[in-house]
Write a protein of this length. Sequence first.
Length: 220
Amino acid sequence: MAEYLASIFGTEKDKVNCSFYFKIGACRHGDRCSRLHNKPTFSQTIVLLNLYRNPQNTAQTADGSHCHVSDVEVQEHYDNFFEEVFTELQEKYGEIEEMNVCDNLGDHLVGNVYVKFRREEDAERAVAELNNRWFNGQAVHAELSPVTDFRESCCRQYEMGECTRGGFCNFMHLRPISRNLRRQLYGRRPRRRSPPRSHMGHHPRERHRRHFPDHRHGRF
Ligand SMILES: [Zn+2]
Ligand SMILES: [Zn+2]
């Protein structure tokens, strides 16, 4: 019996533990879920809830009409956001193995940022400190997340560009960063060769400042 329970733990057959919380670290029923959300007491992964704001979802003029934000602008805004958060967290708390951002629209997933540190102690310290911080004018909500394998939690159809559930899908729609930024952030790992700086073009920080003059409010 115990073996059976262990084998179904966190799967859809498990009537006690919520499979969505277990795999994705967030479930649309939140605290009202009929199954258990087993919050981890230690984990390499933290989640910063609703941190990323996609300007295509939030851009509205004063009269309520939507203003147009091009895909290129959104990608640039996203890359800047990703780089800022990644760099700052890695400098403050320790090496990051991977960071992923949800582009879903459902309240429990929208803008969630998952950061998997190499060491559990770093994740623990990050959660404790980040909950006292503000980002872009809102209080940061950080918690330890049960997610460790993002292949289990992400939507495969989305990656192939064919998820029919759109933004309200309950699996992670992980927004990709541009190839250059990926190389810049993950490329300088010891196991790989770091790219020569001259190939990186103009420094992204400068771009950032020009586009976000009120950026000083945005820092952690
Ligand atoms: Zn649940
Ligand atoms: Zn999907």
